[in-house]
Design a protein around this ligand. Structure first.
Ligand code: ACO
Length: 330
């Protein structure tokens, strides 16, 4: 049997209109535009309205990706949503998206790998295509982190925003699309970044002085060190796995948590700034939505072109990390 590849048939994104700029944070916590710009590299983030949820953003991004692919929702066999901020435990966000799109023949499920989530979801979707089980898979990264952010905590509130990005993966005969993936997890370090669900541990209670346990807590410096290290190793590893030199990579698209993390990993990789995509200044950290939105914008801006080999790479809660080497179709 001929090998089946999972090509990128379409990309899409959706961002809410409302902007939170650094002046807003200066008005609510003890911070400054200078500190946020220098330490994080963020100027603005987007915020969904109170009655707009992750599945709403996810469905809008998915519609844009389907339009880009020239496909209808009825052609989709599987929907995978990566998110850490779905509005419900059940039904899954993916099932809600299936309903909103009217993608009636699609199976649907969620994946939680925090900020690495889209890469885990894309790797999973590609497996379903490569085994011949499905032809068209919709992979979405969507988060409304502003709904799980403690706005009294200056160490975290300035970092996060809302958004969604989506990709349609389709079966192809030619060697294109997702050519290699690396996924990893370190559950032993899970306490470094938490959002409580049904259980609130003593540790989680103690470190949330404002009493809202469904907000993000993290050991910023610990995650920072982990991030720079794993972004470098996951990028090198996936290139090696796909038999590629880093010199052949047109663009690296990293998770957008902090400009200093992106720069740190880039320097370790000895890659020129022109070959690393960043939009963290405009949107901040949108967890699973960062990588697909950045991919979509890289395509829109002509920085990722047909035939190019690119690497997407991320890290996040869990702790988790992942990377994928993608050749964009001609
Ligand atoms: N404004 C002003 N000062 C601040 C702010 C702020 N917004 N936040 C923290 N500070 C202060 C601290 O209180 C501290 O003051 P002190 O020295 O008087 O105690 C000082 O700045 C330095 O604090 P650090 O925590 O050491 O600052 P750092 O340079 O490490 O930056 C940051 C903090 C931005 C959080 C960084 O560590 C980081 O980006 N970490 C990675 C976070 C991340 O990537 N998370 C991703 C996963 S999110 C998810 O999965 C949902």
């Amino acid at each position: 049997m001929d090998k089946i590849y999972a090509k990128i048939a379409g990309v899409g994104k959706y961002l809410p209109d409302k902007i939170l700029d650094n002046a807003y944070f200066e008005s609510i916590v003890d911070t400054s535009d200078e500190w946020i710009t220098k330490r994080v590299g963020v100027k603005e983030r987007r915020m969904a309205d109170e009655d707009v949820f992750t599945s709403d953003l996810a469905a809008l991004a998915a519609e844009n990706a389907l339009r880009d692919a020239g496909m209808s929702a009825g052609e989709i066999d599987l929907i995978i949503v990566a998110s850490v901020s779905p509005e419900m435990y059940t039904p899954s966000c993916a099932c809600m998206v299936q309903k909103k799109l009217g993608a009636e023949k699609a199976a649907a499920f969620d994946i939680n790998a925090a900020c690495s989530g889209f890469i885990f979801a894309a790797a999973t979707g590609a497996q379903f295509i490569q085994t011949g089980m499905y032809k068209n898979v919709l992979v979405i990264g969507a988060d409304t982190l502003t709904k799980v952010t403690e706005y009294k905590d200056r160490a975290t509130c300035v970092l996060f925003g809302d958004g969604a990005g989506a990709v349609v993966l389709s079966a192809a005969g030619e060697k294109t699309g997702i050519l290699g993936t690396v996924l990893g997890a370190d559950g032993n370090s899970g306490d470094m970044l938490t959002i409580c669900g049904i259980k609130v541990s003593e540790l989680d209670r103690e470190r949330r002085p404002y009493g809202n346990y469904r907000t993000i807590w993290m050991d910023g410096q610990g995650v920072f060190k982990f991030a720079v290290k794993t972004m470098e190793s996951a990028t090198r590893e996936v290139a090696q796995k796909a038999d590629c030199s880093l010199d052949d990579i047109a663009l690296v698209i990293p998770h957008q948590a902090n400009k200093r993390i992106i720069d740190g990993a880039r320097k370790r990789l000895k890659i020129d700034e022109s070959r690393v995509f960043s939009n963290v200044e405009k949107y901040g950290n949108m967890s699973a939505a960062c990588v697909p939105i950045a991919l979509c914008e890289a395509v829109e801006q002509g920085r990722a072109k047909p035939g190019d080999k690119i690497i997407i790479v991320g890290f996040g809660g869990g702790l988790t990390w992942g990377s994928a080497l993608i050749r964009l179709g001609d």
